[in-house]
Design a protein around this ligand. Structure first.
Ligand SMILES: [Zn+2]
Length: 263
């Protein structure tokens, strides 16, 4: 493991190495992201010192608490949603979308629910923790944009499914809930085929999501990590970059475009 900090020359050298690995892998690669990729967009890291969990106790976002107090949790969720909804993608999101457009990654597996990868133009986005901008019926799986349900909640009305009358829930995965099966399957398919995986903005402490890059690395994929703090897989990584993703990833794109002759 080689650690690179904010030094212009060393970062460029690391970016060149990541770009070379991506080109060599011929598209058998993916990016895995966590909250850190979106903090530069102003979205609070839930767990950080100014994170949301300091204001809203995480116990209220357990599936058990939701079943017992659905309207209260819907109201809290409205607050959470408002704190996300003005955010715009940053340079890191755009760089990841560009890597996909260049054919260098299959897609992005994310722990985030903010939709910023899609907003930046990423096409294959696997949302392991669900979507923050959708609602889902707990009975029949009917799913819909969350906005109209938030209007009902503001009016004191508990969201009910228009198809079956079941309880609607924000489609973000709550504590104690299983991860969406189809998303997990697609994520592990990528992990099994990958020759390169780039982790961005995740400390890799939330399971089972963190198993995705771990599985890829255990099967021999080259692992690169871009994260300001330590992660649980630093020891497995070829390079760990302790720099802002928004400054490092555009360097990778630049180097990759140069290698592909598209610079
Ligand atoms: Zn339903």
């Amino acid at each position: 493991m080689r650690e690179v900090r904010e030094d212009k020359e060393l970062l460029l050298e690391a970016a060149r190495e990541v770009a070379e690995a991506l080109v060599e892998a011929g598209g058998n690669a993916f990016v895995f992201t966590g909250a850190g990729v979106s903090t530069e967009s102003g979205i609070p890291d839930f767990r950080g010192p100014s994170g949301l969990w300091r204001r809203i106790p995480p116990e209220k976002f357990t599936i058990e608490y939701f079943h017992a107090n659905p309207l209260e949790v819907w109201r809290l969720y409205s607050e959470l949603y408002r704190s996300m909804s003005g955010a715009k993608p940053n340079e890191a999101h755009y760089a990841i979308a560009r890597l996909e457009a260049l054919g260098l990654i299959q897609g992005v597996v994310t722990q985030n629910i903010d939709g910023l990868h899609q907003a930046a133009g990423s096409r294959n986005v696997i949302e392991l923790h669900g979507s923050g901008s959708r609602a889902v019926c707990l009975e029949c799986g009917f799913t819909d944009s969350i906005e109209r349900w938030l209007v009902k909640v503001a009016g004191g009305v508990l969201p009910r499914c228009p198809v079956c009358g079941g309880l609607m829930k924000p489609a973000a995965v709550f504590f104690g809930e299983e991860l969406p099966r189809e998303a997990l399957r697609r994520a592990f398919d990528l992990a099994h085929a990958a020759r390169v995986v780039i982790v961005v903005g995740s400390s890799l402490t939330v399971y089972p999501a963190a198993l995705v890059p771990e599985e890829a690395a255990r099967r021999g994929a080259r692992l690169y990590i871009v994260n300001l703090g330590e992660t649980s897989l630093d020891w497995m990584a070829e390079i760990v970059v302790r720099a802002r993703a928004g400054s490092f990833l555009p360097l990778v794109v630049g180097e990759a475009e140069r290698l592909l002759g598209r610079g």
